[in-house]
Design a protein around this ligand. Structure first.
Ligand SMILES: Cc1cc2nc3c(=O)[nH]c(=O)nc-3n(C[C@H](O)[C@H](O)[C@H](O)COP(=O)(O)OP(=O)(O)OC[C@H]3O[C@@H](n4cnc5c(N)ncnc54)[C@H](O)[C@@H]3O)c2cc1C
Length: 381
């Protein structure tokens, strides 16, 4: 039986464990966190990601977590409505083959499907990696050594596997901060079920009220020194960047201050690498190609990447290095396209000026015209 060690029990790692487990591999997943993460932010799964979810047999389970479509109201800084974007716009953008769910629910679905075919070691990291033509040896922080045919680094945008095996120069930091706040209670000043979105020069704040345990907020802003913003922490940094806003935002910031550990708070970086594998070591998901939230396809690419990796390994039998090269050649054009899309998308989330905000509003108004929705479909999928 072929053996794989997978580093990271996020979307990419669990999807890889699921696919390889079904293909008859023995897999061990090594996860730094002491337990599975929950909630997180809302993720749209469409295009190649939805296709991969279907091939992995996940769509029925994912559908039970689908938050569905909701109206979004574009608001002014004080929270007053500027423009209502009907759910039909989201429907046109996402199409029928799509699901919107919390990242934690996607991970939970993957975990439920994969956990009886894999061994997951929580609270564990990799201390050393060594490979030759016959195999790869992975030393773990629990003192054990794993011998494997394949090592998959699925340890996210700040991947230690990438730094150890490929060097430290592949992360391209962009001048943006992102914060996502899961909310256990319905949000004041945002009718349920709906969302409000404020887009101003250099920043966006979106508050989604879908009821208790299903609400969340999302913030992103442009800044000159992301590292010092991160040092300030989410309460101070997001409070300073968005504390002047009205509507549901004050309630969200209050909630954030009660439980800052629940928030996702990070700088925005892309990962751009000339190669995703070396010998029997491969990177997958954000570790290899982080496209950023501005692309809206990172989770989708993680699923598609895992599924296609399994297919390539099946095609190439024992020749793991050739399978990895073949897999990369098939996937790279889509990743490159999504990374370019994300760089353009930054303007949408953090317009450089009031004029750009006005242009963005105009574009959204235009999309409420049915004839223009087809264009939106082509741009999104
Ligand atoms: C606000 C926001 C909105 C988004 N919206 C969308 C969307 O609508 N659609 C979409 O497709 N994508 C979206 N994305 C992107 C998507 O969430 C990511 O691309 C996806 O989660 C990447 O999955 P991953 O498994 O590669 O990495 P991660 O989710 O980061 O998982 C990595 C795992 O590795 C573990 N780990 C890290 N280091 C180590 C180590 N040294 N040893 C062991 N384990 C380790 C971590 O604890 C984690 O469990 C969004 C992202 C953000 C931030």
């Amino acid at each position: 039986m072929k053996r794989a060690v997978i580093i990271g029990a996020g979307i990419a790692g669990l999807a890889t464990a699921l696919r390889l487990g079904r293909d008859g591999w023995h897999t061990t997943v090594v996860e730094r966190a002491p337990a599975r993460r929950s909630s997180g932010y809302l993720v749209n799964l469409l295009g190649p990601g939805y296709d991969a979810a279907e091939r992995l047999g996940l769509t029925a389970a994912l559908a039970t977590h689908d938050v569905g479509l909701f109206t979004t109201v574009l608001v002014r800084a004080d929270g007053r409505a500027k423009l209502t974007v009907p759910s039909a716009i989201a429907e046109a953008a996402l199409g029928e083959r799509a699901v919107s769910l919390f990242r934690g629910d996607l991970e939970a679905t993957l975990y439920a499907a994969a956990h009886d075919r894999t061994q997951i070691r929580f609270g564990t990291t990799v201390t050393a990696i060594d490979q030759d033509t016959d195999g790869v040896r992975v030393m773990l922080s629990d003192g054990t050594t794993q011998e494997a045919d394949l090592l998959v680094g699925a340890d996210g945008v700040h991947s230690a596997t990438r730094t150890t095996s490929f060097g430290a120069d592949h992360q391209v930091d962009l001048p943006y901060i992102v914060g996502a706040v899961p909310l256990s209670h319905p949000v004041a000043d945002v009718p349920e079920p709906s969302a409000t979105t404020f887009i101003g020069p250099g920043r966006t704040a979106a508050v989604v009220n879908l009821g208790p345990q299903r609400s969340s907020a999302f913030f992103t802003y442009r800044c000159t020194d992301p590292a010092s913003e991160l040092k300030r922490g989410p309460v101070d940094a997001l409070g300073t960047a968005f504390g002047d806003l009205g509507g549901g935002v004050p309630d969200v910031l209050h909630h954030l201050a009660q439980n800052p550990a629940a928030a996702y708070f990070d700088a925005v970086s892309q990962v751009i690498m000339p190669r995703w594998s070396t010998g029997r070591i491969v990177l997958l998901g954000d570790a290899a190609w982080c496209v950023t939230l501005f692309a809206g396809h990172g989770a989708a690419l993680a699923l598609a990447g895992a599924d296609q990796l399994g297919a390539a390994l099946q095609r190439h039998g024992d020749d793991v290095p050739s399978a990895l090269l073949d897999w990369e050649a098939g996937l790279r054009p889509e990743v490159t396209r999504r990374q370019a899309h994300a760089r353009r998308g930054m303007l949408q989330y953090a317009p450089p000026s009031r004029f750009h905000v006005w242009l963005g509003d105009l574009a959204i108004r235009a999309l409420t015209l049915p004839a223009l929705r087809r264009l939106l479909q082509r741009a999104t999928r």
